[in-house]
Ligand binder design. Structure first.
Ligand code: KIV
Ligand code: ZN
Length: 387
């Protein structure tokens, strides 16, 4: 099977999310958790963006040795020099150079021609190559760029020494089939493409970042850039946990393996949520509070008989202790009996019927019936019987 490189950018693009700011200690703590999780590359920050980010990248580079540490740089010598200064102490440093490749970016933002961008990209990759050999290049807004220009640009930066070519869907505009087609086009039209790893970096503006990343993997991409809990600029980036669990759950679909220790997904998700202050929505795939909780009677009955009826993943494989049955108005007798047994009650048939009726009345008034509600309704029933 092919190895899929997991490039985690929680500490760079993830931290770019409005309102998410991490101090050096918090970044180091998350970097250590990502290393334990088994990611291959940590993009630790954008060293030229602030003295704090420079220090954070430097600290992570000197202390986290189990994976490659990457720093972002625009295509100019100052950014690249500063990134190298921060990364020198890393066991396996990587510089990530980017420049816009779409006409809308080049004309309105960069104010440069295609020829100028091509030259700058080539020269800046060559400049980074004077420091190290692990160089990633990103043509920003690739999914809205002219494919012919993209092919030319990619060929030039490989010649200059880039070893990973990252194809960003910067504004989350691409559709899965279209994005997959772009990746296939790159493999067909860039003559020296076998000298580099193709990576993808998808944003979630239309909720398609994971679908686009996975389609790219099916077409040959061998690195996915993602963040924990999908945090990132605007609507965020592809969520690491979703990419990993899609690949693990559907090996019939994806012919790749990763080094991720999936049991650490949930604890890492909690850590990132706590440190960024971004709560995870309850229905979030894989790591949401409700991801393994069953509320309807039919589903609860199925899960009690055989978890696979309504669970495509074993919660323990992502570090969630076990699935849980939520008692509410659509829960049935079977789930209620199980919960009573877990709470230590063994009621007679008649007592059980009374307790179940009382539970149903309560469930109509409350969103969720907690264990302490059950204990007090059983106690109440037993008191009424004695009186
Ligand atoms: O979304 C994007 O294009 C980026 C680049 C810097 C890779 O984050
Ligand atoms: Zn991005």
């Amino acid at each position: 099977m092919n190895k899929l490189i997991i490039f985690d950018t929680t500490l760079r693009d993830g931290e770019q999310a409005a309102g998410a700011s991490l101090n050096i200690q918090e970044k180091l703590e998350i970097a250590r958790a990502l290393e334990a999780l088994g990611v291959d590359v940590i993009e630790a920050g954008f060293p030229i963006s602030s003295p704090g980010d420079f220090e954070a990248v430097k600290k992570i580079a000197s202390e986290v040795k189990g994976c490659s540490i990457c720093g972002l740089a625009r295509a100019n010598p100052k950014d690249i020099d500063r990134a190298w200064e921060a990364l020198q102490g890393a066991a396996d440093p990587r510089i990530h150079v980017f420049i816009s490749a779409s006409d809308v970016h080049m004309v309105h933002q960069l104010k440069k021609s295609r020829a100028e961008v091509l030259q700058l990209a080539r020269d800046m990759v060559a400049h980074a190559r004077t420091y190290l050999s692990n160089i990633e290049f990103s043509p920003m807004d690739a999914s809205r760029s002219d494919p012919q220009f993209l092919y030319e640009l990619l060929q030039a930066v490989i010649e200059a020494g880039a070893t990973t070519l990252n194809i960003p869907d910067t504004v989350g505009y691409a559709m899965p089939g279209e994005f997959g087609g772009l990746i296939e086009g790159i493999f067909k039209n860039v003559p020296n493409i076998d000298k580099a790893v193709i990576s993808v970096h998808c944003h979630d503006d239309l909720g398609l970042s994971v679908a686009n990343s996975l389609e790219a993997v099916r077409r040959g991409a061998r690195q996915v850039e993602c963040t924990m809990n999908g945090i990132g600029e605007r609507a965020g980036n592809a969520a690491l946990e979703e990419v990993i669990m899609a690949i693990r759950t559907r090996p019939d679909y994806y012919d790749v393996t990763t080094s991720i220790n999936s049991e650490l997904i949930y604890p890492t998700s909690r850590l990132v949520s706590q440190r960024t202050g971004f709560s995870v929505q309850p229905n979030k795939a894989v790591v949401g509070g409700n991801a393994f909780r069953h509320q309807s009677g039919i589903h609860q009955d199925g899960v009690i008989k055989m978890p696979k009826t309504y669970e495509i993943m074993d919660p323990r494989t992502v570090g969630v202790p076990a699935s849980s049955l939520v008692l509410g108005k659509s829960s049935g007798r079977h789930a209620f009996k199980e919960r009573l047994a877990e709470l230590g009650y063994n009621l007679s048939e008649a007592d059980f019927d009374r307790a179940f009726n009382a539970f149903k009345e309560l469930a109509d008034k409350k969103k969720e019936v907690a264990d302490r509600d059950i204990e007090s309704l059983v106690a109440e029933e037993q008191r009424t019987l004695v009186e």
